[in-house]
Write a protein that binds this ligand. Structure first.
Ligand code: ATP
Ligand code: MG
Length: 556
């Protein structure tokens, strides 16, 4: 078609070309997290990108734990990562791999390099290795151990494996070029001695491969065609290519780098999130103030809202930061038509309708979502005593205040017109009860005679409402204002969590289950907390408020 413009991102363009030129027939991608923490929103981008490409090309998506560094890795993280990926529906089928399963093959690969004269055992201390490496402007110097014979290297490497040396005493290095302008190519270390138990292989190994050696091998062993990673690995690509070339793989994988996803003002890095968790500043890795995937899920975000967000972000090579408001926009869009709209009073004050018959209750039929009639209707009880929001009443209102104040008439949403007649206070002058009268002719909130009211407020029937806890959130650390204070402590927002224990929600929410999502009219979108909510104590997290000035940026 002549006028059809199909925008393919740069990765798709590379893959299209590789297929056209016969470099590969199908596509195999992978997601390779290190199990040293929980995944965050940035990882979601990588998961969805890799899985999406595999789907688009009818190829395969592998799940692989890059567990080559036993110091920080834990089984807890393996399980959480699997759960997060499954939540997105990214299906690895039967291809769940662990880099540690390849330790034997990696060892053989290293032996093969030694036999080719492309690797040697080096006895320099870590400090000496650094000195010999040179700088960005000066070439490095050859290690005095660089010309050891193949036989000696084979023996020493085997000794390393057999535990004859202390940590740091010897390393295996690739023999490449100490004068290379790329420091990564100056005889990088590919194996080190580390007497450490591994969470999967136990004490079977006391030598562990370095990332730059292990990663290309893992990809190649699995038949990965396109190894997609983030930009900081761009300078490592020559080493990646060197490893797969020296090993002589028939179908070498290709590394492609893209820019990391960053959220403006929000702490995304695993390192910072870990610090907040370890210092007990937050309530675990899934604290709803964080942007770990577990936290976003608990807060109430849907997988589809995050997918939408990642799509809007696009894939590129240039580093940029995306506004958190865009993520909020995506969840609002997702829930707008699907979440039931119910009434919940977060900061209650009693409203008594003095002319409503005592002991009477009626049931009002209310749309579950007036923008989506398919969601049907429900019955909501109404009687003489209600709760309304404290901020919906003022004794002395400012100009333009359209809600309750003595003498003013407002609409109780979906119910009746009421006119405020007075109020009571406690000894401190705090309002305890607001009084009003209602117009029985205005049932359903409709004007009986064309008279207009300018304010509409929501309410909860005092006799039947359920008392619930509601948690409101703000950004925990504003990165723009600085993650750390001058004294090195974290620069925390003291208002990041507000707990409201005395909220009233309509009785239709009595059976609400964890992860159920609602719009509380005028107050935002809320989700039943998966950890703390129980049948007789409902806890809701505010996912996002209703209003935003956010508009999706026009795509260039
Ligand atoms: P962090 O820097 O937050 O600790 P990481 O890169 O160390 O993350 P890994 O477990 O090594 O975490 O990452 C797994 C995969 O996710 C890698 O391919 C990595 O490039 C990708 N990834 C990590 N952070 C982001 C991000 N912010 N945006 C996109 N992809 C990311
Ligand atoms: Mg990492």
């Amino acid at each position: 078609m002549e006028n059809e413009t199909v925008t393919r991102n740069f990765i798709e363009q590379i893959i299209d070309r590789d297929i056209a030129e016969g470099h590969c027939e199908t596509v195999c991608t992978r997601f390779p997290p290190e199990p040293n923490g929980y995944l965050h929103i940035g990882h979601a981008k990588s998961i969805l990108l890799n899985y999406g490409l595999a789907q688009e090309y009818g190829g395969k998506f592998n799940m692989r734990f890059d567990d080559t560094n036993p110091t920080k890795e834990k089984e807890e993280f393996v399980e959480s990562i699997k759960a997060d990926i499954e939540w997105f529906g990214a299906d690895w089928e039967d291809r769940l791999y662990f880099a540690s399963d390849y330790f034997g093959k990696m060892y053989e690969a290293a032996v093969k390099l030694i036999k080719k004269g492309k690797a040697y055992v080096c006895d320099l201390t870590p400090e000496e290795i650094r000195e010999y490496r040179g700088t960005l402007t000066e070439p490095g110097k050859n290690s005095p151990y660089r010309d050891r014979s193949v036989e000696e290297n084979l023996q020493l490497f085997e000794n390393m494996k057999n535990g004859l040396y202390e940590d740091g005493e010897k390393v295996l290095r690739a023999k490449i070029d100490m004068a290379s302008p790329n420091i990564n190519m100056r005889d990088p270390i590919i194996y080190r001695v580390a007497h450490m138990s591994h969470h999967r292989t136990g004490d079977a190994w006391c030598i562990y491969p370095m990332y730059d050696f292990a990663h290309p091998l893992e990809d190649a062993f699995e038949g990965v065609t396109h190894s997609i990673c983030t930009l900081e690995f761009e300078d490592h690509r020559p080493l990646y290519d060197w490893v797969v070339r020296e090993m002589g793989f028939e179908h070498p994988p290709k590394q492609i780098e893209f820019a990391k996803l960053y959220l403006t003002n929000v702490v995304t890095g695993k390192r910072y999130i870990k610090k907040l968790v370890e210092e007990d500043i937050v309530d675990g890795w899934d604290d709803p103030r964080l942007v770990s995937i577990a936290a976003l899920r608990r807060r109430g975000f849907t997988p589809s809202s995050i997918k939408k967000f990642v799509e809007l972000c696009g894939v590129s090579k240039s580093q940029s930061s995306v506004d958190y408001a865009m993520l909020e926009y995506c969840i609002r869009e997702d829930l707008k038509m699907t979440a039931p709209r119910v009434m919940a009073v977060l900061d209650p004050v009693k409203l008594v309708i003095d002319n409503y018959p005592e002991g009477q209750t009626e049931e009002l039929e209310i749309d579950n979502n007036m923008e989506n009639p398919e969601m049907g209707k429900r019955l909501v009880p109404f009687s003489r005593e209600l709760y309304v929001e404290r901020e919906d009443f003022m004794v002395e209102p400012p100009k333009k205040y359209r809600r309750l104040y003595p003498g003013n008439e407002v609409r109780l949403m979906n119910a009746y017109f009421v006119t405020c007649t007075g109020y009571e206070t406690d000894a401190n002058g705090r309002v305890t009860v607001v009084h009003c009268t209602y117009d029985p002719e205005s049932r359903g909130g409709n004007s009986p005679d064309g008279r207009k009211v300018r304010g509409t407020i929501h309410w909860a029937d005092a006799a039947t409402a359920i008392c619930a806890e509601v948690r409101l959130y703000e950004n925990i650390i504003d990165e723009e204002k600085g993650v750390y204070n001058a004294d090195g402590s974290l620069n925390l927002n003291p208002n990041s969590l507000t707990v409201l224990k005395n909220c009233y929600v309509e009785p239709s929410l009595s059976g609400a289950e964890k992860y159920d999502r609602f719009q509380f009219v005028r107050n935002g979108f809320f989700c039943v907390d998966a950890r703390d909510s129980v049948e007789d104590h409902l806890v809701f997290n505010r996912i996002v408020s209703l209003k935003s000035s956010y508009r999706i940026p026009v795509q260039q």
